[in-house]
Structure formats: structure tokens, C-alpha cells
Design a binder for this molecule. Structure first.
Ligand code: XMP
Ligand code: MG
Length: 185
């Protein structure tokens, strides 16, 4: 399926390539909503949304679900600019009760998998009944670490490029783009 397209005129000076346009994104999220609603029927899952990058995806995914669910927000940081620092800081879990809950981590992108590994452990330690991940993007990369948790739901595989838009940033810019693109160097 062709998912890219031309760079909108107003972004031509900064964005070199559109990998995912807003129409394929919205179709794919509708499909994920159907899958998750079927798999979690009767389970009242908790979407644990990893800020900031997942805020746009989470808003669309939540509205694509037809089953009751709770939404919680946490922060995880491992990047400075466009480089992973390796260490994962998780904040915002204070006061979030996940005991015996079916947790779906909502991530923007899985790259090395280290963020996901750290998060899955933290949430399981809080006594969740189950913890799976729904990631908007999966980067096809040789940097993926071994022993990272399986990603149960993923919207798109993308090439090993630093991407922005649809929630993802470069130094806090471009989160509001309705498409996923690559910044010009
Ligand atoms: P790891 O390596 O832990 O990285 O799987 C996951 C987190 O790193 C950020 N990340 C990106 N952010 N464009 C971004 O804006 C990218 O191409 C990108 N690759 C990784 C992101 O915060 C993700 O949760
Ligand atoms: Mg980021």
C-alpha cells in the first residue's frame, strides 16, 4: 500500500519527505480500534499513554475504540534532540492505580525497544493483570535490543529514519503536523 505522498507546499522548506499521509494513518487506526475492541471486549482496559509523543495517536486510538476504557498519561524520556541517551526516566505514575488492570501501553515509536522494556517492567511491577503495547510506529532498525517485549499492536513499520509529525518532535517542533515526515538536514 502506498502511504506517502507529496510534501504540502507550506512545509517544503523544512520537510524532505512524507512517509505517512493523514488518510492512511486514519484508516489504519480505525483497523487497530476494531482489533483492540474485539480482543479486549469485557476487559475495560487502561490505555497508558506515553507523553509527549503519543498524544495525537492516543486521541485518535481512544476514539476508535468501541469498548469502555480508562486513559492515563505518563512521561518517559530517553532522547535528547535526535539521539537516544540510553537511560529511561519514567514519571507520572504516582497515584495511578493499575492493580489487576489490563494495561495497553500507547507508544509513538519503538526504536531500540529500551523505553518499552523499562516501561513494561515498571507497569507489571504495579500489579497489572496484563501489559501489552500498541505502538504507532515500529522503526525497522538493527539497533533493536534483544529481549525487548513483543509489540502486540503496531500501526506502521517505517524505515530507519528520524521522523516527525503526528505527535513526534524534533526538539519540540513538528508535533502538530497531520502527517509523518522526515526533516530536511
Ligand atoms: P527506544 O530507542 O527506547 O526509543 O525504543 C523510543 C523513544 O524514542 C523516541 N524516538 C523518536 N522520536 N522521532 C521522534 O520524534 C523518531 O524518529 C524517534 N525514534 C525514537 C520516542 O520518544 C520513543 O518513545
Ligand atoms: Mg520525542
Amino acid at each position: 500500500m502506498e502511504t506517502g505522498g507529496p510534501v504540502p507546499q507550506e512545509w517544503c522548506s523544512e520537510i524532505g519527505e512524507v512517509l505517512l499521509g493523514s488518510t492512511p494513518i486514519s484508516h489504519r487506526i480505525t483497523e487497530l480500534g476494531v482489533d483492540i475492541s474485539r480482543d479486549y471486549d469485557g476487559k475495560n482496559p487502561v490505555l497508558v499513554v506515553v507523553l509527549k509523543g503519543s498524544f495525537v495517536f492516543a486521541a485518535d486510538l481512544s476514539r476508535a475504540l468501541t469498548i469502555p476504557h480508562r486513559v492515563e498519561f505518563i512521561r518517559a524520556r530517553s532522547y535528547e534532540g535526535d539521539k537516544s541517551t540510553g537511560a529511561v526516566q519514567v514519571t507520572g505514575l504516582e497515584g495511578v492505580d493499575l492493580a489487576n488492570e489490563h494495561v495497553i501501553i500507547v507508544e509513538d515509536i519503538v526504536d531500540t525497544g529500551l523505553t518499552l522494556k523499562a516501561l513494561t517492567k515498571r507497569l507489571a511491577d504495579l500489579g497489572a493483570a496484563s501489559v501489552v503495547t500498541c505502538s504507532f510506529l515500529m522503526k525497522m532498525t538493527s539497533r533493536r535490543q534483544t529481549n525487548t517485549p513483543d509489540v502486540r499492536y503496531a500501526a506502521f513499520d517505517i524505515p530507519d529514519k528520524f521522523v516527525v509529525g503526528y505527535g513526534l518532535d524534533y526538539d519540540q517542533r513538528y508535533r502538530h503536523l497531520p502527517f509523518v515526515g522526515v526533516v530536511k538536514k
